[in-house]
Each structure stands twice: as structure tokens, then as C-alpha cells.
Design a protein around this ligand. Sequence first.
Ligand SMILES: Cc1cc2nc3c(=O)[nH]c(=O)nc-3n(C[C@H](O)[C@H](O)[C@H](O)COP(=O)(O)O)c2cc1C
Length: 204
Amino acid sequence: MPALLHIDSSPRAASVSSFLSGIFVEKWKQQNPGGAVFHHNTSLERFPYLDEAAIEAIFTPSAQLTAAQKATLAFSDQLVDELLAADVVAIGAPMWNLSIPASLKAWIDLIVREGRTFAFTPQGVAPLLPPGKRVYVFSARGGSYPAGTPFQDFDRQEPYLRRILGVIGLSLIDFICAEHQSDDPEAAAESLARAKSSLAALAV
Ligand SMILES: Cc1cc2nc3c(=O)[nH]c(=O)nc-3n(C[C@H](O)[C@H](O)[C@H](O)COP(=O)(O)O)c2cc1C
């Protein structure tokens, strides 16, 4: 059965990133009737940050985990299982302070797991997710960070997400950005319309 993992991270009811990811999910559902959808909003669900017990459990070999450590890892394991099951991942990502909301980073800290999604090897870090999963990131930004301008370097969202998702084997990534969302309403609407038409053109 095809499966989609849908991760939103804006706490806002009028979220542009969640609006775009939601359109994508509806399109995917139409084309995959009966497919499974796992959905989270990392902000509304208040995804936990790693504490000392979680870090110790993550780096304990699975055969040596205590019952308490297994319980500590249960949510992280669930999120990794969802990622393993998904053929497609859709992420709604507001740009916050040039990067991503802390709760989306919390999801990343829960799914980038040695032995489950990546391995340390003598050659360096190796991804463990099977190849072929597609990722669509729907980003909303107050401003804009065009390539070839001095503002490009301020964008610590797209380069970071591409790099960290690549570490675990997610390298087929499309970014769709609605920019200017805090600029004048005309520029915001134009950029959103462009994002929607890029979304409509996606072969899901
Ligand atoms: C805490 C916070 C930090 C933000 N930082 C940036 C930023 O660094 N760059 C930017 O272009 N927009 C920034 N914005 C504007 C948001 O990216 C913009 O409002 C976007 O629409 C938020 O996504 P959402 O509509 O999905 O909630 C920030 C907004 C908030 C609330």
C-alpha cells in the first residue's frame, strides 16, 4: 500500500506552509486512493526535545536496551517506522530566524538515528533509508532569498534540510517556496500563486 508521511510545523491556523502541504496531500490522496497517510504537526503536538535519557538510549545498542530505555525511544521509533513505511514525505516548513522552527528540528533529532536511519562507517556516515523516497518541502518565508543576491546566503533553511535529509538517504527533494509573505500583499499573493502552480505541475 502506498504511504505518505506529512509533517507540518507551523503553529498558525493561517499557515501558508501547511496550506501548501495540505494541497499536496489532497492531490496525493486522489492519486493514491486507499493509501496510508501519517500526519503530524510538530508544533501543535509539541514534539519533545532530546534529554539526557533519550540521548543515552539512542546510543545504546538495541540488544542492551532496558525496558525504560525502550519506552523512552518509543515515540522516536514510531517516527522512524513511519518514515521507513513512507514512499513520499511532505514537509510544511515555515522559515523562522533563517532556518526552521525548533519543533521541526525536534522531529529531525528523533528520526536521524544511528543504526536506524544512518550508520557510521570507516568511510564516514552512510544512509540507511532505502533509496527512492521522494520529499517535497513546502516553505513559507516572510522575505525572499534569491540565488545570486547577497540574501541567498541568509537562507539556512533549504541548505540545512537538504544536507540533513541527505545524511539519512533522502536526496530526491523538491522545494516549493512561498516567499514575501511578510512583504506587501501583492508580492505575497504573487509568490503564493507561483508556489501553487509549481505544486500543480508536480507529478505525484
Ligand atoms: C518566529 C518567526 C521568525 C521568522 N523569521 C523569519 C526569517 O528569518 N526570514 C523570513 O523570511 N521570514 C521569517 N518569518 C516570517 C515567516 O517565515 C512567514 O510568516 C511564514 O509565512 C511563516 O510560515 P507559516 O505561514 O507556514 O506559519 C518569521 C516568522 C516568525 C513567527
